[in-house]
Design a protein around this ligand. Structure first.
Ligand code: 9MG
Length: 267
C-alpha cells in the first residue's frame, strides 16, 4: 500500500455489540452494501472485525468469530479493489482471514496471544501492533501511567523488537497508540497532542479516534450521532502530526478532510 499520503481505513464490524456499528452489519447483505459504500466514498482499506473490543466487551469463541467474518471477507475480497484487514487477536482467525483474501492483520493485543506472532510471521502480511493497558473487559477501570507518551512508545518499541526477532519484516509493521484502550480522557488528549513523538519509532502510525468516548467527553457527552465533526477534527490532528492511516466509521467526511489536508500540504 502506498502510504506516501495519509489514507482512510473504514471500520466494518460484524458484531452485535461494537460500541458504534454493533448490530448494523450482522446480515451479510448489509455488510456487503456497507463495504461497497465505503469504496464509493474513497476508503483505502476496510477493517473487518468479528469480536467487539469496546470497554467491557466479553470475549467470543474462535468458531463464532470465524463464522462472522470469513464469508464476508471472501465476498468482499473477490469483488472489491481495496485491501481488507482482519481485526482479530486470534491466530486461527488471522490465518483463515488471510486465506479468504485479507491482506493485513490489525491486532489490538499486539500479537501477544499464543501463536499469534508465529502466525503473522508465516503469513507475511502487514500487521498493526496496538498499545493497550489491560484487556477490554476491565481496561477502563483505573488506567494509570507515569508518562503516557513514553510508556506507549516503550511498549511499541518492545513489540517491534519481538516481531523483528520472530522474522516479521520491518516493512510489514505499523504502530498504533490505542486511543481509548486503558486510557483516561487526559491520557488520550496528551497522547493526541504528542502523537508526532511516536513517529520517531520509525514505523507508519495508524490511529483510531472515530466516535470514541474521548470525543464525546470533550463535546459534553455527545451521543454517537453527534460525534462526526469531533471525529474528523481528531483524525485531522493525527494526520497533521504524521499519522498515515486513520481508522474511521465516517469514510466520506474523513476522505474529504484529508483531501483538503493534501491540497494545502502540496500547495
Ligand atoms: C479494533 N479497534 C478498535 N479501536 C481501534 C484502534 O484505535 N486502533 C486499532 N488498530 N484497532 C482498533
Amino acid at each position: 500500500m502506498d502510504l506516501s499520503e495519509p489514507v482512510v481505513m473504514g471500520i466494518l464490524n460484524v458484531t452485535p455489540d461494537s460500541f458504534s456499528d454493533g448490530g448494523c452489519f450482522i446480515e451479510l447483505e448489509a455488510a456487503l452494501a456497507q463495504g461497497r459504500q465505503m469504496v464509493a466514498e474513497g476508503v483505502a482499506i476496510i477493517d473487518i472485525g468479528g469480536e467487539s473490543t469496546r470497554p467491557g466487551a466479553e470475549a467470543v469463541s474462535v468458531a463464532t468469530e470465524l463464522q462472522r467474518v470469513i464469508p464476508l471477507i471472501k465476498l468482499l475480497a473477490q469483488e472489491l479493489s481495496v485491501p481488507i484487514s482482519i481485526d482479530s487477536s486470534k491466530p486461527e482467525v488471522m490465518r483463515a482471514a488471510v486465506e479468504a483474501g485479507a491482506g493485513m492483520v490489525n491486532d489490538v493485543f499486539a500479537l501477544q496471544a499464543p501463536q499469534a506472532l508465529e502466525t503473522v510471521a508465516e503469513l507475511k502480511v502487514p500487521v498493526c501492533l496496538m498499545h493497550m493497558q489491560g484487556e477490554p473487559r476491565t481496561m477502563q477501570m483505573s488506567p494509570y501511567y507515569g508518562n503516557v507518551v513514553q510508556e506507549v512508545a516503550d511498549f511499541l518499541n518492545q513489540k517491534v523488537a519481538v516481531c523483528l526477532a520472530a522474522g516479521i519484516e520491518a516493512k510489514n509493521i505499523l504502530l498504533d497508540p490505542g486511543f481509548g484502550f486503558g486510557k483516561s480522557l487526559q491520557h488520550n488528549l496528551v497522547l493526541l497532542k504528542n502523537l508526532s513523538q511516536l513517529r520517531e519509532l520509525g514505523f507508519p502510525l495508524l490511529v483510531g479516534l472515530s466516535r470514541k468516548r474521548m470525543i464525546a467527553a470533550v463535546l459534553k457527552n455527545a451521543p454517537l450521532e453527534a460525534r462526526l465533526q469531533g471525529s474528523v477534527a481528531a483524525a485531522l490532528m493525527a494526520v497533521m502530526q504524521g499519522a498515515k492511516i486513520v481508522r474511521v466509521h465516517d469514510v466520506k467526511a474523513t476522505v474529504e478532510a484529508l483531501s483538503l489536508y493534501r491540497a494545502v500540504n502540496n500547495a
